[in-house]
Design a binder for this molecule. Structure first.
Ligand SMILES: *Cc1c(COP(=O)(O)O)cnc(C)c1O
Length: 396
């Protein structure tokens, strides 16, 4: 009996283990130097000026919504084909989520649909857009930036699926996900099914210095430790008359923040994993092209034609008839394919806010047919062929 094959799996090697053990034996388990190191390496990797490491991708989204000052009633547009956290961050701040439809070819939020929504209401109706680099395919943020500038919106790029991915802009330049050239903020997750595993972990990247400082404070309870920002007097701070300076212990909690920090041993794991990130993408692209070739002339499968430049292949999604049957058949054979995603707007929580079937038709049709096949760097050729054999057997 051969072992089971999941749809995604982390890849932990001896170098990762050594890095974590080093961190555990150092002076800092948290709030130490490995966090800043990881942030520097990660911002260099994606090409952004600033990076803020946090406890998970959901915390990253929440901090973004706070830093962008999402308020009750603010309307924000996103895709229903994503993990619920992309939308939930708006709700944490009392904002209203508006789901727009996907492009049935790319499965990404359709910029034309977003434009139609914006045009149908007076300017100022919407506060922002959260496009998602779904499955690892990078959203064309140049188009979104134009739209956002026209309608005075911010953009949060949810890049959880696409560290190392890019789109090609109108000048033919590669624009890496999270590089901060178009989106105000971008977020990543280091959950073990994602490209880089920290156990739990997340990252925010930006080129906006003001947002960067806000995020740093919000990540740690809203506390600042910078004299130039203090609002209480030196006399109060030191509890002495005519004080010339703030005492060494002094700090201020200036707004309502959270503890969304990552630990040093998780950051150590992240740094170590980051060194193999490009290698991982290369392997993912190889796996994708084997799937592409295998499905090219199979009429029961809508596969993907050709490797898309800049696609980071977090997932390999196909569309099929009789998806439930295929899913169950694969499971019986130890292959744990997965469905990404049940449309967010049809989760009971969002139904409770008024969303219903038929509201986002392409997303709903996609959901009825999609299935994600095993895709992770340590998937062996033999395992991939087992997957292909079983898919063909089912339809054969
Ligand atoms: C994983 C994921 C998140 C949330 O990240 P966590 O680290 O699990 O909190 C958000 N958006 C997308 C698209 C994701 O895949």
């Amino acid at each position: 009996m051969s072992s089971s094959i999941p749809y995604g799996r982390q890849d932990i090697q001896q170098a990762d283990i050594d890095a974590v053990v080093d961190a555990l034996q150092s002076d800092y388990l948290t709030q130490g130097p490995r966090i800043a190191e990881f942030e520097e390496q990660f911002s260099a990797y994606v090409g952004a000026k600033y990076a803020v490491a946090v406890s998970n991708g959901t915390a990253a989204l929440h901090l973004n919504a706070l830093a962008l000052n999402v308020k009750p009633g603010d309307k924000v547009i996103t895709t229903p084909i994503t993990f619920a956290a992309s939308a939930n961050c708006v709700r944490y701040c009392g904002g209203e989520v508006v789901f727009a439809d996907i492009d049935p070819k790319t499965y990404l939020l359709d910029v034309q649909k977003v434009r139609l929504l914006l045009e149908a209401s007076p300017k100022g109706t919407y506060a922002g857009i959260i496009p998602v680099d779904f499955a690892g395919r990078a959203v064309n943020l140049e188009e979104y930036r134009q739209l956002a500038d026209e309608y005075d919106l911010w953009i949060i790029e949810d890049s959880c699926h696409s560290p190392g991915g890019y789109f090609v802009d109108s000048n033919g330049e590669k624009q890496h996900c999270g590089n901060g050239n178009f989106a105000d903020l971008a977020i990543f997750s280091f959950h073990p099914v994602k490209h880089i595993a920290c156990g739990e972990g997340g990252m925010i990247t930006t080129n906006n210095e003001e947002l960067y400082h806000k995020l740093l404070a919000l990540r740690t309870h809203g506390i600042v430790k910078d004299e130039s920002l203090y609002t209480n007097s030196k006399d109060f701070a030191s509890a002495e008359k005519n004080s010339q300076e703030y005492p060494g212990w002094y700090m201020e909690m200036q707004e309502l923040g959270y503890n969304y920090r990552i630990t040093d041993f998780q950051a150590a794991l992240g740094s170590s994993q980051l060194q193999r990130a490009d290698q991982g993408i290369q392997r993912r692209i190889e796996i994708a092209s084997v799937y592409n070739d295998a499905f090219e002339n199979k009429k029961y499968i809508k596969g993907q034609s050709g490797v898309v430049p800049g696609h980071a292949y977090h997932l390999y999604v196909i569309e099929v008839d009789d998806r439930l049957g295929l899913y169950n058949y694969l499971r019986e054979n130890g292959i744990y394919a997965q469905i990404h995603y049940i449309p967010c707007h049809l989760m009971p929580y969002y139904r409770g806010l008024g969303w219903k079937e038929g509201d986002v038709p392409f997303a709903e049709r996609y959901y009825s047919r999609c299935i994600s096949l095993p895709m992770f760097p340590s998937l062996t050729d033999e395992e991939q062929h087992r997957v292909l054999d079983k898919v063909n057997e089912y339809y054969g």
